[in-house]
Ligand binder design. Structure first.
Ligand SMILES: NC(=O)c1ccc[n+]([C@@H]2O[C@H](COP(=O)([O-])OP(=O)(O)OC[C@H]3O[C@@H](n4cnc5c(N)ncnc54)[C@H](O)[C@@H]3O)[C@@H](O)[C@H]2O)c1
Ligand SMILES: [Zn+2]
Length: 353
């Protein structure tokens, strides 16, 4: 469905110029007492006031969960199921997820499993969720200390990107989301890579960011549409993520903070080095990537030196096949290849540099 109030719109996803009008349009098909809204305390405080839709949805249909990666768990999913059940949500109900990637992943999972699946809309409010998490249908929660260990792939009815939500987002979260934009450019679009390098994040100009954001999302959408269940080309989106997820799992395990985009950025820096060794990335491109990441995200964290532990986490990566650790690597900026199985010895050597 394309939305008429949107600045850009394609099947299932819009960059909205008027989030109230867009949401009202799509919600017209649902009785207001069957529309449910999921927020966390931050999005309730910062984003809710921009959503006039909420004035027609009864207050008892709004549920607020706890934010934070450590709360992305089955207990909170159960709380959402419980709430939906108590409020008499039926199979024709709609869940509107308003939040960052943690919330859209958890809300999408709760909706997809409640009564074998009700529809959900994602209204991402962080840059990371706008460019990545809310698009593509991956839903789930952390389990047994492993990231996104339980979940399923199910597409949202629609995703609405509304950049003004970013006004209340802190700098670190903005940078975190920007990493996924860099990734999209690196795997698919050298011109976007140059445009992102020239973009001044600190200026916080959302008007200038919007077209770049849309181009990044369209790269993700095109890839997901070709391979929704990640049997092949969708793995391209995992550039930076084999090392990135290991860093995140390690942080989750030890209670340290590691934002997804930062983990992916450090992961891209390491995987650019692997690309130099195994998939033909030139030294010049490799150094360009490493320098851009260092400028925005600082030095690699010292945990990168805990090679054995990180490799242990990599062994649990969902992309692996036959116990071999799988990487998406670059041939050049704007082009990648999936299914590079690299030996633990070579991974260890590259991490150690
Ligand atoms: N499904 C996917 O394909 C996919 C892809 C990438 C990441 N993810 C997941 O996304 C999650 C990370 O998402 P994230 O980076 O958005 O973090 P997040 O969802 O944890 O949000 C970060 C913080 O920002 C707050 N917040 C959200 N919107 C705000 C706003 N507009 N103003 C002020 N504060 C706001 C949240 O309450 C939270 O405290 C991870 O769980 C990761 O696994 C999923
Ligand atoms: Zn990611």
């Amino acid at each position: 469905m394309k939305m008429k109030n949107s600045i850009y719109s394609t099947d299932g996803i819009s960059l909205s110029g008027n989030i109230t009008a867009d949401l009202n349009d799509i919600c017209r098909d649902f009785p207001s007492d069957k529309i449910f809204v999921l927020l966390d305390q931050n999005t309730s405080e910062n984003c809710r006031k921009r959503l006039e839709l909420l004035s027609t949805v009864p207050e008892q249909n709004v549920i607020i969960i706890q934010d934070g990666e450590s709360n992305k768990n089955l207990d909170q999913v159960q709380a959402v199921w419980q709430f939906l059940g108590e409020q008499m949500a039926d199979r024709k109900s709609l869940l509107v997820n308003v939040g960052g990637g943690m919330l859209t992943d958890l809300g999408g999972f709760a909706a997809s499993t409640y009564k074998r699946g009700i529809q959900f809309i994602n209204v991402p409010t962080t840059l990371l969720a706008m460019v990545d998490a809310s698009v593509g249908g991956k839903t789930g929660v952390n389990f047994r200390g492993l990231k996104n260990e339980v979940g399923l792939i199910r597409q949202a009815l629609h995703v609405f990107l509304y950049p003004p939500f970013l006004e209340t987002l802190d700098d670190e979260n903005l940078r975190s989301g920007f990493a996924e934009m860099l990734k999209s450019a690196l795997i698919k679009d050298p011109q976007l890579w140059n445009d992102l390098k020239a973009f001044n994040l600190d200026a916080r100009s959302y008007g200038d960011l919007a077209p770049l954001l849309w181009r990044s999302v369209m790269i993700k959408k095109e890839i997901v549409d070709l391979d929704p269940n990640e049997n092949g080309i969708r793995k391209a989106l995992n550039f930076g993520h084999t090392v990135g997820h290991a860093l995140e799992s390690q942080a989750l395990h030890t209670g340290r903070k590691m934002m997804h985009g930062y983990a992916v950025a450090y992961g891209m820096s390491v995987e650019a080095r692997l690309s130099g060794r195994f998939s033909g990335l030139t030294e010049e491109d490799r150094d360009d990537i490493i320098a851009v990441i260092r400028k925005i995200y600082g030095k690699l964290p010292e945990q990168i030196q805990q090679q054995k532990e990180l490799i242990d986490y990599m062994r649990f990566d969902k992309k692996n096949e036959r116990n071999q650790i799988n990487f998406t690597l670059l041939n050049k900026i704007g082009s990648c290849e999936v299914n590079n199985f690299i030996s633990e010895e070579d991974i260890s050597k590259t991490l150690a540099v």
